[in-house]
Design a binder for this molecule. Structure first.
Ligand code: PSU
Ligand code: MN
Length: 304
């Protein structure tokens, strides 16, 4: 990426120059993943958790024709207020947002791309995109998976959202040589629930061990990303059988209304929050904060 395209927040620039821990954050979760004002409160709280651990948060978005690496509080608020007015930017949308100087929120895929360009190796989100249910017909496979295949950034998440086909999501990651680590358990977590019934590739319990894995992965010359799947805290999880009812209904409505492509995930998250009377949103907020703590400690461990 041409350096002129990158605009660093002063705090992030300084932290990177001084070799301090920096954690990248995405902005689609803010603009498209949660309603205002919960999105703003969550974005601030997540940045706060990262700071408490001694790391510097760098929320990534596109503004004024440049990629922002770190947002001021006013910029974060503008993004949260813009909501779905902001473009949802995956890799293919970046040039449009830059050249048309549009406000754009970056997904996991484009945040990885920008974090790597900025020299940031750890990125925290809620859940990665994956293979959608019914993908054998729709061919809807999130660009997040292909970005993980090609961009060397560790993505700390609570697994993949259970609105997806999780077995197929793990298959695609395997095909592309993307390791899936689970933190504190053997199973791959299912976002709202700790359990998916599927095994992650490896269980690693400490930031130290995960950092050693990442170092080895990248020293081997492997250029892919790594999924660091951190289960939602027990107190905040929703049993899979309960979530499944809401998912079924939301998927049925999405099909009836012809919701496709990039609109699918935001539609599903919004409907789940409504159908669960806010319970899915509360869990989503809790798991992102939890991931922020792990990500900040991982970023610090990677420096040692
Ligand atoms: N995690 C969340 N909420 C979100 C997302 C992740 O807790 O809104 C977003 C991420 O930006 C991810 C995107 O990249 O959902 C996946 O969209 P799609 O399925 O269209 O690739
Ligand atoms: Mn998609």
């Amino acid at each position: 990426m041409h350096p002129d395209l990158l605009h660093f927040a002063p705090e992030v620039r300084q932290a990177l120059d001084q070799g301090r821990a920096v954690v990248a954050l995405e902005s689609t979760i803010v603009a498209h993943g949660m309603p205002f004002p919960d999105n703003l409160a969550t974005a601030r709280a997540v940045e706060g958790v990262i700071r408490e651990q001694g790391a510097v948060p760098a929320t990534i978005a596109v503004m004024d024709g440049r990629v922002r690496i770190g947002l001021s509080d006013a910029e974060l608020e503008a993004l949260a207020r813009a909501g779905s007015q902001a473009l949802k930017l995956s890799r293919r949308d970046m040039a449009y947002a830059i050249s048309q100087r549009r406000l754009g929120a970056t997904t996991v895929a484009s945040t990885m791309l920008c974090a790597h360009a900025a020299g940031i190796r750890v990125f925290v989100t809620g859940g990665i995109g994956g293979v959608h249910r019914g993908a054998e017909h729709s061919m809807d496979v999130s660009a997040d998976l292909l970005e993980l295949a090609r961009t060397p950034v560790a993505v700390v998440c609570a697994g993949a959202k259970s609105i997806l086909d999780l077995p197929l999501t793990l298959e695609v990651l395997e095909t592309h040589g993307v390791p899936v680590l689970a933190v504190g358990q053997a199973e791959f977590p299912a976002f709202y629930s700790r359990s998916s019934g599927l095994k992650a590739d490896f269980r690693l319990d400490t930031p130290h061990a995960i950092a050693a894995f990442l170092r080895a992965h990248w020293q081997l010359g492997l250029s892919s990303g790594v999924v660091v799947a951190n289960p939602v805290p027990e107190a905040d999880e929703i049993p899979a059988a309960v979530v499944e009812q809401w998912i079924h209904q939301a998927l049925r409505e999405a099909a009836e209304q012809g919701i496709r492509g990039k609109a699918s995930t935001p539609f599903m998250l919004k409907r789940l929050a409504e159908l669960s009377q806010g319970r899915s949103l509360a869990t989503n907020i809790a798991l992102v904060k939890h991931n922020a703590g792990v990500g900040a400690r991982l970023a610090a461990s990677l420096l040692q």
